[in-house]
Design a protein around this ligand. Structure first.
Ligand code: NI
Length: 140
């Protein structure tokens, strides 16, 4: 494999190209067609990796919870100890008197990472959260 840029031509319906150019414009002045196409290809490849439950992936889970509700803090801590092999780092921020923000870095098979994220997000007291998915793929 090589990181050398290779040119190729793409054919697409004019309406689709117009919509694509509008997307490129929305992504800011530093973006051009080539960069946006590269981003879209990377997104598609990462999504494909995540769809294979055995593929090694990395991600971050961001969540907000009320630490007064139930024993959510203790239960989250117990779950994180249970999955210490996949949870490689955690950042905790006390947002105010009641709410906590936690950002959890995960690494493992996509099936395990999704299951752990679902278990954490499904806990009573968790108000909102989202798993952000990426990969260690060579082409990124
Ligand atoms: Ni806190």
């Amino acid at each position: 494999m090589s990181n050398e840029l290779v040119r190729f031509s793409v054919a697409m319906p004019e309406d689709l190209l117009i919509a694509f150019d509008e997307l490129v414009a929305r992504r800011g002045i530093a973006r051009n067609r080539s960069e946006v196409i590269r981003d879209l290809v990377r997104d598609a490849l990462i999504e494909e990796e995540w769809n294979n439950p055995y593929h090694e992936v990395v991600g971050t889970l961001t969540m907000v919870y009320n630490h007064h509700e139930g024993e959510v803090g203790q239960k989250l801590d117990d779950l994180q100890h249970q999955y210490y092999q996949q949870i490689i780092s955690t950042m905790h921020v006390h947002l105010d008197a009641h709410n906590c923000l936690e950002v959890i870095a995960l690494r493992g098979s996509s099936g395990d990472v999704r299951a752990i994220a679902d278990a954490l997000l499904g806990m009573k007291g968790v108000k909102h959260g989202q798993l952000s998915t990426t990969t260690t793929g060579q082409w990124v």
